[in-house]
Design a protein around this ligand. Structure first.
Ligand code: SAM
Length: 407
């Protein structure tokens, strides 16, 4: 997402009253809820959650601008990676692509169009959409409607020989929050104050899996340090990986190896952030159901879950390096001679690409690729170091793609 950080202004956006009442009622009935449960309600409630409903959240008129929404050059560049995946699968006539969290289809359209135009590329593409919101599946169908040789369907988990991709999806999964107090791990729950406001409350962890995750990653939080732990990542990656018979899982998101994510010098307050109206905030208890809530992704946990699901790491890098190595610069030059090109469209594309590769913005996003049953020793373009992030750190080698701070 491409945003500027501003302090949240209390009271300027009302919460959804029904969601707020549901949260208060649940707390009154069963006690403080985990932050993950709070996110489940605010983002995913089937009737009123932030990600549900007809209005797509990313986009110029929405709350944040993702790289695919910023310009189709993102999808065209990713198509170069898609071509290599297609080749690594033995160049079948039909390539299957599954996109998790496909949003408005802003990645799907240029990706599919470019792949189908490519010499030696697939003749047809099955595009499977895994979206929490059915309206988004329809939107992707519409975005691809003019293209011959594409079938779009809502994902029902059928096995994929192809490319599975998720851009800016993992950072929205419900996450738990913890804090270390006097050598003890406490979990930050959501409670209700005497004057009926939602507020943080620190109590016993709701699951031993929270301490176990930190221990598995050799993380010891500093006293007073907050951290988000996304236990939902394990099932999400297992599910995404489990659906791949042969092919590649490509994940792009805010993310860092555990040692960076939980570095007390850089992220003592954790990485929780809210997004509304192209502005970043820090208060999850305002604008409930009407603002996005995210936390940076634990790349080490993703790698562990992918390995547990039998995937092979193919490489990891930053979005800036990924797009550059795939030849986004060359594609930008080609923009000047695209049919219908004008100086205005060229300049718009150029400025969008600059934001996508700017290390102070989206350029520092983490790109992670994993594969299963590909032909031989596959070197896919755009990627770098294959070793898992923890091994790189222990070996003292330069870590490619660490982000310096959140936006
Ligand atoms: C930040 S938007 C990114 C959209 C798109 N990938 C892009 O880059 O423009 C997150 C999208 O993921 C969807 N989403 C969130 N959680 C999801 C989940 N658990 N499974 C499938 N889709 C999800 C949302 O509905 C939303 O469309």
């Amino acid at each position: 997402m491409d945003l500027r950080r501003i302090p949240a202004r209390d009271g300027d956006v009302a919460s959804d009253p029904v969601l707020l009442a549901a949260i208060r009622d649940e707390i009154a009935a069963t006690g403080p809820m985990t932050f993950a449960r709070f996110m489940e309600i605010t983002l995913y409630d089937p009737a009123r959650g932030y990600y549900r409903g007809a209005v797509a959240r990313p986009g110029r008129g929405g709350d944040f601008l993702t790289a695919p929404e910023a310009s189709p050059i993102f999808g065209r560049t990713i198509a170069r990676f898609g071509r290599a995946v297609h080749a690594a699968l033995g160049a079948p006539g039909t390539l299957t692509i599954r996109e998790h969290g496909a949003g408005t289809g802003a990645l799907a359209a240029p990706l599919v169009e470019t792949l189908l135009e490519a010499d030696g590329g697939p003749v047809s593409i099955d595009y499977l959409v895994d979206e929490v919101e059915p309206a988004r599946v329809e939107a992707v169908g519409l975005a691809l409607a003019g293209l011959a040789g594409v079938q779009v369907e809502r994902d029902h988990g059928r096995p994929v020989d192809g490319l599975v991709i998720a851009n800016e999806v993992l950072d929205a999964l419900p996450t738990h929050r913890v804090i270390r107090r006097a050598s003890e791990l406490r979990e930050v729950h959501v409670g209700v104050t005497a004057d009926d406001q939602l507020a943080d409350i620190e109590i016993e962890p709701s699951s031993p899996a929270l301490a176990a995750r930190l221990a598995a990653e050799s993380i010891v939080l500093a006293d007073g340090q907050y951290a988000e732990i996304c236990l939902a990542l394990d099932d999400w990656v297992a599910n995404a990986a489990g659906g791949i018979r042969r092919g590649v899982l490509l994940l792009i998101d805010y993310g860092h190896p555990a040692a960076d994510l939980y570095d007390p010098r850089r992220r003592a307050a954790g990485t929780l952030a809210t997004y509304r109206g192209h502005q970043v905030g820090e208060d999850p208890y305002r604008a409930i159901g009407r603002q996005d809530i995210t936390a940076h992704v634990d790349a080490t946990a993703v790698e562990s879950a992918a390995a547990a699901a039998g995937l092979i790491p193919l490489g990891t890098t930053t979005q800036a390096e990924f797009l550059s190595r795939l030849g986004a610069g060359e594609l930008l030059v080609a923009e000047q001679t695209r049919p219908g090109a004008s100086l205005a469209t060229y300049l718009e594309t150029r400025s969008a690409l600059v934001r996508m590769i700017d290390p102070a913005a989206m350029g520092r996003f983490r790109v992670m690729a994993f594969g299963r049953a590909l032909d031989g020793e596959v070197e896919l373009p755009g990627l770098a170091d294959r070793r898992p992030s923890q091994a790189r750190r222990r070996g003292g080698a330069g870590v490619i793609g660490t982000a310096s701070s959140r936006l």
